[in-house]
Design a protein around this ligand. Structure first.
Ligand code: C5P
Length: 227
């Protein structure tokens, strides 16, 4: 069974570089749940389209790529057509192309079932832009995790420096603003805090504080469901 309404989902949505991936992974580990990094799927479509030289305007071809992706998630590694692409999909180029093709309705449609298939016992923590609004509208807990654009640029800068990758903080800040704008203003599944999501602003929080906050909210949501 790929979609079981009884299996709890924690949906964590938010903008680029907000730290939602790190928080989501830690919450999944603490709860012993599965983890879905939905952004990785869009990045995989982007990588495949770059490998095959597909025009960004070719929605039909991009949707076909999305529908037929040959991917495997194994522990912390990601494979595309049996090749390890864990780091390759994290480049800025893949992020920018992913953000552009993510605005196509047909591409998003092609990825819906694949995302829902991650919902397996004992539970799932899913991170992205539309986890609570579109993919798992019945999530037990929906969190909109954000931070100021400046803090997000600083965090990304630190991450890149730690990996030995040169970066310019002004360029990173501009990229984040452009991506936020595109993700928030597209007509299909725009990045927005839904009414039933709880806002978690991590601008002045550590990862541990953010993680603990989500875990407490999750416990409270479960307790509320029981009464
Ligand atoms: O989260 P990440 O930065 O890896 O996602 C890459 C891009 O994929 C985002 O900029 C966004 O446009 C798109 N995306 C999306 N919906 C999701 C996850 C990611 O549109 N659920």
């Amino acid at each position: 069974m790929t979609h079981n309404k009884m299996i709890p989902v924690v949906a964590i949505d938010g903008p680029s570089a907000s730290g939602k991936g790190t928080v989501a992974q830690r919450v999944a580990k603490a709860l012993g749940f599965h983890y879905l990094d939905s952004g990785a799927l869009y990045r995989l479509v982007a990588l495949k389209s770059l490998q095959e030289d597909i025009e960004i305007a070719d929605e039909a071809k991009l949707a076909e790529i999305a529908a037929n992706l040959n991917v495997a998630f194994e522990n912390d590694e990601i494979f595309l057509d049996n090749c390890r692409v864990t780091d390759e999909i994290r480049t800025e180029e893949c992020g920018v192309v992913a953000s552009k093709l993510a605005s196509y309705h047909r591409v998003r449609e092609s990825l819906v079932a694949r995302q829902r298939a991650f919902r397996k016992s004992p539970g799932l923590v899913a991170d992205g832009r539309d986890m609570g609004s579109v993919i798992f509208p019945d999530a037990v807990l929906k969190v909109f995790l954000t931070a100021s654009a400046e803090i997000r640029a600083q965090r990304r800068y630190k991450q890149l420096m730690e990996k030995g990758i040169n970066a310019n903080i002004k360029v990173l800040l501009e990229d984040i603003r452009v991506r936020d704008d595109r993700d928030s203003n597209r007509s299909v599944a725009p990045l927005q805090k839904s009414m039933d999501a709880r806002l978690l602003d991590t601008t002045s929080l550590s990862i541990l504080q953010a993680q603990n906050c989500v875990l407490e909210w999750y416990k409270a949501s479960c307790a509320n469901r029981r009464v």
